[in-house]
Structure formats: C-alpha cells, structure tokens
Design a protein around this ligand. Structure first.
Ligand code: F6P
Length: 328
C-alpha cells in the first residue's frame, strides 16, 4: 500500500456500545501491522479539543476485546458542533502530527467527522458503533447484536413473572428513531405486540389486538415499546391507558434503560468490530476519506459518509409480518 498516512488517531464518540473496545483494538493493531503510528483520543471530540491524546501500541489494547464500554471513554461534545471547537481540534491533530482520524460512533459522530474533513481537508473514516443499528449503508452496527441479546434475556425473565401473575407488561427498549431493537428482540422474546417509531399502529388497534388475543386464551402479555414510539403517550401513560381499556389484566411497566448499552460484547460484535477496524485503517492507507466502513451481506464495504448519514429507509415490513403471524 502506498500512502502518505503515517500516524492515525482513533476516538469513540456518542453513546457507547459493546464492541467499541474490540474496534479500537483492531485499529491499533492494524496500525502496528502496517508499521504506522497510532494514537488514542480520550473522551471523543471533547478530548480532541482539549488535547487528551496518547500514543498507543499493540500492547496498549491487550485484554480489552471482551470488555463492554470503551476504554477511550466517550462523550457527546457540544463544543465540537461549533466551528471554533473544530478549529481547536484540528490544531491538536496537527500539533500531534496526526495524519488521519478514525471515528467510532453513530450519526452525530459522523456528522462531526464530515465537518472536520470538509473544513480542514483532514482525512476521516467512520466505523458504525451504536446499539441502535440506525446507520444507512451497513447491515449491522457494532453493539447492536449484544444489545439484542441483553434485551431478550431481560424480557425472558420478565415473562416468567408476567405469566406467574397473569400480568401484562409494557417493556421500553432503546431506539429514539429506530425500531430495530424493539422488533428483533420482540420477535426473539415472543412479544405479543411491538411498537416502533417507524410505524404508528394506533392505540385503539393495540387494545383491539390485545382483546382478541385474550379471547384466544392468553393469560399474560408482553408489549415491547421502542423509546421513540409515536403513539403520543409515554410508556407510563400508555400502561395506564391499557389498564383502563382492557379487562382482566394487571399492568406493569418496565424500562430497561442503559443496561442495554453495557456488558461483554457478543462474539458477533467482536468479529464485526475487528473486521471494520482493519477495514478503516486499510481505507485510510489507500487514500480514502469521508467514508464509513460497513458490512453488507457479510462483506466489508466502503460507503461515503454522506450516504451513511442519509435518512434510512426502513426495511421492517417482513419483520412486522413475522411478528404479527407468530404472536397470534
Ligand atoms: O444512541 C444510542 C442510545 O443508547 C439511544 O438508543 C438512546 O436513545 C440514547 O443513546 C441515550 O443517550 P444517553 O445515554 O445520552 O441518555
């Protein structure tokens, strides 16, 4: 590979996701493999603005592939949204003789990376790391698979108690704009109903459907509700509404919250993160910039960051049908 890139920095930004450590490890070790310098930026773009940068080598990332969170720490930086913040960040990249940046994060982090590159002509590559799986141009984001398994395990446990007490549970899962966690974990855990931001089934249809399944002999029910559900009621109001309009069930609400972001990454996420980390360094060495490294049909792909940031056209129809059929 012929390249002008001799020193790459890596950072994690936005909400953390299991597998980010495995991605950092892959970036650092790829740099080592290709004989170039690597530095870690602590606390995302905040650390770039405040020059919290340290050189890393292959041994700096030992024993982290199995750890949740990100040892580089993460942040959602307000200052980086302003051009003054990005100027400071660029000055620190120059001061440390860094030639290119790998950003592991979600859409907000990619927007920042794109701005940095456009304003200062600085090479950047993104790696999709978010439990939401809401990035265009990749089948999976790092952390999503682990989060799904965490959610399914939690719902299985709730189902035990729901069925012992003949109760109906509403369970809130993460996903402000994307129903991927709700739909897939909902199907995996056998939920009776799944509410996602991309489709508003309407509260009355929900009640009708619950009444129907009760008539067929169901004695307890699980409704998975994505954080960004658009029914117009928060999960507690929704729980109260269901209790008032449906006879025979006691209703309980459970918000899974940040438990979904923690824990050891699944094998799938570790391997995905490793592939994308290697892909990111190789893309920079090939002179690429303003791209994301994604995975499509098991193949590592290079997608323009602008495309990755496009609004995702959801492809949930098949899953919605499967959820409907299997929850009768
Ligand atoms: O983007 C990941 C995510 O976990 C979303 O699912 C959730 O809406 C958000 O982050 C929560 O952010 P915070 O940890 O800042 O409250």
């Amino acid at each position: 590979m012929t390249t002008k890139v001799k020193h790459i920095a890596v950072l994690t930004s936005g909400g953390d996701a299991p597998g980010m450590n495995a991605a950092i490890r892959a970036v650092v070790r790829s740099c080592s493999y290709y004989n170039i310098k690597c530095s870690g930026v602590f606390k995302g773009y905040e650390g770039l603005i405040h020059n919290q940068i340290e050189e890393l080598n292959a041994r700096s990332v030992r024993n982290i592939i199995n750890k949740g969170g990100t040892f580089l720490k993460s942040a959602r930086s307000k200052d980086f949204r302003a051009v003054e913040g990005r100027q400071k960040a660029y000055a620190n990249l120059k001061k440390n003789n860094i030639d290119a940046l790998v950003v592991i994060g979600g859409d907000g982090s990619f927007t920042g990376a794109l701005k940095l590159s456009e304003e200062f002509n600085f090479p950047v590559v993104g790696i999709p790391g978010t439990i939401d799986n809401d990035i265009n141009g990749t089948d999976y984001t790092i952390g999503y698979d682990t989060a799904l398994n965490t959610v399914v395990e939690a719902i299985d446990k709730i189902r035990d108690t729901a069925s012992s007490h003949n109760r109906l549970f509403l369970i809130e899962v993460m996903g402000r704009d994307a129903g991927d966690i709700a739909l897939n974990a909902g199907i995996g855990a056998g939920a009776e109903e799944i509410l996602i931001p991309e489709e508003n089934m309407g509260i009355d249809r929900l009640i009708e459907s619950l009444k129907k399944s009760k008539k067929t002999g169901k004695t307890s029910s699980i409704i998975v509700v994505a954080e960004g559900d658009t029914s117009g009621k928060n999960i507690f109001e929704l729980g109260q509404y269901v209790e008032e309009h449906l006879d025979g069930y006691e209703v309980r609400v459970s918000v899974l919250g940040h438990i979904q972001r923690g824990g050891a990454p699944s094998c799938y996420d570790r391997v995905l993160a490793s592939k994308l980390g290697v892909g990111a360094v190789e893309a920079l060495l090939e002179g690429k910039s303003e791209v994301m490294i994604g995975i499509v049909h098991k193949t590592v792909t290079i997608v323009p960051l602008k495309e990755a940031l496009d609004k995702r056209i959801h492809k949930h129809d098949m899953l919605i049908k499967v959820a409907d059929i299997t929850s009768v």
